[in-house]
Design a protein around this ligand. Sequence first.
Ligand code: URA
Length: 233
Amino acid sequence: MQRLDKFLCDSGAGTRSQVKLILKAGRVAVDGKRETDGSRKIDPDSQKITLDGEVLGGKYRAVFLMNKPAGYVTATEDPREPTVMELLPQDIRYLDLKPVGRLDKATEGLLLFTNDGDLLHRLISPKNQVPKVYYARHEGQAGEEDVRAFRDGLVLGDGTRCLSAKLEPLGPGESRITICEGKYHQVRRMMASRNMTVLYLERRQEGPLSLGELPRGSLRQLTDQEIQELVQL
Ligand code: URA
């Protein structure tokens, strides 16, 4: 933690006396709220400090985990459908979060949001092999041949080649599927290619993160330790 006025000086906002005037004029905000008290203690790694709306320090990285409900498309805007952005509370909209990858409108479960473009690209790149675990209810029953076909890398109807994936039958009409990429409708298309139409799909894990007890439609901010684990993937 450090004093806000010292942070402003160190970030090049001005000299000590200029910073005093800048604060007095109400040009500085901490996490979106105007702040005029230079003695206030702030943490530039976890708080967003702006001068005239411009982020200072450039270090603030926000990552949130949502339990997405069905009925919302994963997009920052859509002319027809409700988007996952509408589920973000008003008081964090200033963070400029973007969804990490995509869940279909009907799919529920773990969806990350971040304002860190590098982290976002690392998490969605198939090169980084971040495993994503899904629970599916589906028609038919998965057997040993399906498990092998997933492991060997499925080729979908349109010729799309999938990386090796893990299919774990859980019982009649229920399976756990782990994939390391995120092609369009991938799990539904992989299951359909084995004659198992998906009836319900939920993402339960992404890399080291799980849905846990987070209620459907809710959001929580990742801890510093969780963010470090993601950054090191
Ligand atoms: N695979 C799908 O088919 N849908 C999703 O939403 C995610 C993975």
